[in-house]
Design a protein around this ligand. Structure first.
Ligand SMILES: Cc1ncc(COP(=O)(O)O)c(C=O)c1O
Length: 427
């Protein structure tokens, strides 16, 4: 293969069009979605209740509520755990924004903890130092499909009488000590948006084994009412409620996808292992870890560039972005997942939640410090990573992993050629 980089006019290592789109749609999807369309209930309907039962059985939960997003399910978790004005909730400094803004939705206060470099998850050894008398709960995010060490988290929670919320939005089927995520904490949220390992276009799942949590979550989910649309409603708001239900059509699509989820996850693991084999000796790459006791689902195969070895530790993000342009030109489906650590985001720096300083200015709340310097590991990760989702998804197989790896190898073994690129023309 020509070693001329594609960004300089050479042939692509992974030709555009190699990666097949996600999710695969077949007759199972068509039949269930058409059957939903052909019946008369298009709001929360029979497919919605069936989807809840089937997902609960698949994951091993007592109760499940379908929602219109993972964010809605996270807000339901916050309410299920009775977090409210002035309560502090411990969260990781690096995740999706709504892993943390869900806390603000109910006037509670997020308190950030730095991440662990190897797992990219909350540093479980730093959680205890962040606990105050106001701490009510811990949100753990099983980021990129790797479960947090739940033994340590549950031990801390037990000793300090805290609730544990699992943000499992990216982690369908991931395990810790053989237990599926979403079965270890008090309650959990899954996302079903298009990128996720289980999708119905847009959607989410709230799960718990606790009846009282189910009740509070359901109230928030449907206008503060206490009866589901499957029962006789009295249309009375018993508490503050939102409208977080999803539709029968989305549930029908979700049920079809759920019936194929185990085979999707199996394929994803095979692809990830092949990618790791092929990338093992490519220079300057730090590959994802799968520590003992953790079963990764490889939702996002995240690589860090070794910026010290590259001599680029001064301005790592700028050099990372150049390497990414070269990789993308090769046809490699990789990119930055989240370049901001959460405390750097304006909503936290300006504390502009509801205006007038709320909820931080609430008389129940204590002062919290969001200076980004407290989270150096999250910052280092944000500036040096690149991630991949679609090349690993079914129906793509190990052949796509091999071409993806070939693109990485070509760029990483020819980094000197990046000096020849007209970067102004690339902007
Ligand atoms: C870790 C994490 N939490 C929460 C969410 C929010 O899920 P949704 O987009 O379904 O609201 C996402 C979605 O990208 C996520 O990746």
């Amino acid at each position: 293969m020509s070693e001329q980089l594609a960004i300089l006019g050479g042939p692509q290592a992974c030709p555009t069009g190699t990666v097949k789109p996600w999710p695969p749609i077949d007759d199972i999807d068509r039949e269930l979605v058409m059957a939903s369309l052909n019946q008369t209930t298009h709001t929360y309907g029979p497919n919605s209740t069936a989807f809840e039962q089937e997902f609960a059985a698949w994951n091993g939960n007592e109760h499940c509520i379908t929602t219109n997003s993972g964010t809605a399910a996270l807000h339901m978790c916050v309410v299920a755990c009775e977090c409210g004005p002035g309560d502090e909730v411990i969260v990781p400094a690096y995740s999706w924004s709504s892993s943390v803004t869900c806390v603000l939705h109910h006037n509670a206060i997020p308190v950030f903890v730095d991440i662990d470099w190897d797992t990219i998850n909350i540093d479980v050894d730093k959680i205890e130092a962040a606990i105050t008398p106001r701490t009510k709960a811990i949100i753990v995010v099983h980021l990129h499909g790797l479960a947090v060490n739940m033994e340590k988290v549950l031990d801390i929670a037990r000793r300090h009488n805290l609730k544990v919320i699992e943000d499992a939005c990216q982690a369908h089927g991931a395990t810790f000590d053989g237990k599926k995520v979403g079965t270890m904490g008090d309650c959990a949220a899954f996302s079903l948006n298009q990128n996720k390992c289980l999708t119905c276009g847009e959607g989410g799942m709230f799960v718990t084994d606790d009846e009282d949590m189910l009740f509070r979550a359901r109230q928030l989910w449907s206008f503060g009412e206490t009866r589901t649309p499957a029962e006789t409603r009295d249309y009375h708001a018993y508490a503050l409620g939102w409208m977080y239900r999803n539709s029968d059509l989305a549930a029908a699509f979700g049920r079809a996808q759920l019936s194929k989820l185990d085979s999707y996850l199996e394929q994803q693991k095979v692809n990830a292992r092949r990618l790791t084999e092929c990338l093992q000796d490519v220079p300057y790459l730090i590959l994802p870890t799968e520590p003992e006791r953790h079963g990764h689902n490889f939702y996002n195969y995240t690589i860090r560039f070794d910026m010290e070895a590259l001599g680029q530790a001064e301005d790592p993000a700028a050099y990372r972005n150049k390497m990414l342009k070269a990789l993308q030109a090769e046809g490699v489906g990789t990119g930055v997942w989240q370049s901001w650590i959460l405390p750097r985001m304006t909503v936290f720096q300006a504390k502009n939640g509801y205006g007038e300083g709320c909820p931080w200015a609430c008389p129940h709340a204590a002062e919290v410090d969001y200076s980004p310097e407290q989270f150096p590991v999250a910052e280092k990760h944000a500036n040096s990573h690149t991630g991949m989702t679609m090349p690993l998804r079914s129906p793509n197989g190990p052949d796509v992993a091999e071409l993806t790896a070939a693109g990485f190898r070509k760029v990483m073994e020819n980094l000197d050629a990046l000096d020849e690129v007209d970067w102004d023309a690339q902007k």
